[in-house]
Design a protein around this ligand. Sequence first.
Ligand SMILES: [Zn+2]
Length: 139
Amino acid sequence: MISFNLRCKHDHEFEGWFKDSAAFEKQAEAGQLECPYCGTHDVTKGLSAPNISTSRTREKAQTEIAVKAQQMIQAMRKSVEDNCDNVGDRFAEEARKIHYGEAEARGIYGQATADEAKELVEEGVEFTPLPWTDDSKKN
Ligand SMILES: [Zn+2]
């Protein structure tokens, strides 16, 4: 048995079961298909298959975008970790020192609490939130 999503000329959609694809064609040609909603015999196959393939294509594209984004984040992370000092939870303190010229100007990274980040913004200290958390750190 095989099922088709069928659609009548009034856009009623319903499922029909047939022995095989040829049986469907034969019944359709003979005008034996009937819409259970309005009784018309003007019934054609719906577009279920293309819809499924479209949604699969979309899922695949979304997966690829997610993978690319992940790769970009990994590359950015490596670059930051290779070129910047990890100051850990002293980030706000160090960023402030650099901002006021009390420490050597250099790239640093670390953690700041939401309150610390807010204070830095208010003081005009420039920093960028990084798109990863320390929890996911590999080592
Ligand atoms: Zn109908």
